[in-house]
Design a protein around this ligand. Sequence first.
Ligand code: ADP
Ligand code: ADP
Length: 223
Amino acid sequence: EPVLALDAVEKSYNRGKPGEVRVLRGASLAVAAGEVVALVAPSGAGKSTLLHIAGLLDTPDAGQVRIAGAEMGAASDRKRTAARRADIGFVYQFHHLLPEFTATENIVLPQLAAGAGRAKAEARALDLLDRMGIGARADHRPAALSGGEQQRVAVCRALANAPRLLLADEPTGNLDPATSDRVFDALMELVRGTGLAALIATHNLELAARMDRVLHLEAGRLV
Ligand code: ADP
Ligand code: ADP
């Protein structure tokens, strides 16, 4: 049973109107637990659309979106939100950390929102920061961290509630090549250590080649 399965997903913007853009045209993919899959797509090919549908932030026009076997593409908003919060972590190109909170607090807050106790949440935050190689920066606010450190914190935050699926959109895309490489290595090691499924969009073919599989989004399908 894959953690994420898209089956014949269709998605258009301005559907049925002049100017309709058919973005996904029978997109299918599966990502299993413990698997790290690269998503490579030229700009405008529909990478964000695909990640939003996989992340239950948007609905497909047709086709299925299954998270751990449960069909979510046509589920109610309430069910989709619950599944997103419980099962899916997101990392973006820009970190989106809360500027007034420390690295630790940025990882603690989503855990408190999910019902965890503070002591446990803090211990988990520190463990994640250690594993991403920035335990020493735990008490710094985002503005006091380098770009690479900020992205490392963003990875920890995405994993705060132990999701089954990590979706990342150019997670090292705004970093210089050497920093990008190091952050990517840390991310891979952490992901490997947790056994979660990961779908990581990147323009960097060298990083893509280091993942388990590379999927190319072309003409609305994955090849
Ligand atoms: P990518 O992330 O690969 O750059 P997107 O998924 O953002 O691609 O967009 C795919 C295509 O859909 C592009 O041609 C884009 O212009 C179009 N598109 C994206 N969002 C909308 C929207 N809200 N309304 C109309 N067209 C859109
Ligand atoms: P919260 O529990 O903070 O209300 P949500 O359930 O709305 O969060 O969203 C869960 C995840 O989805 C968060 O990591 C958030 O970053 C991401 N997310 C929510 N809305 C969007 C959006 N419109 N575009 C991209 N990511 C989003």
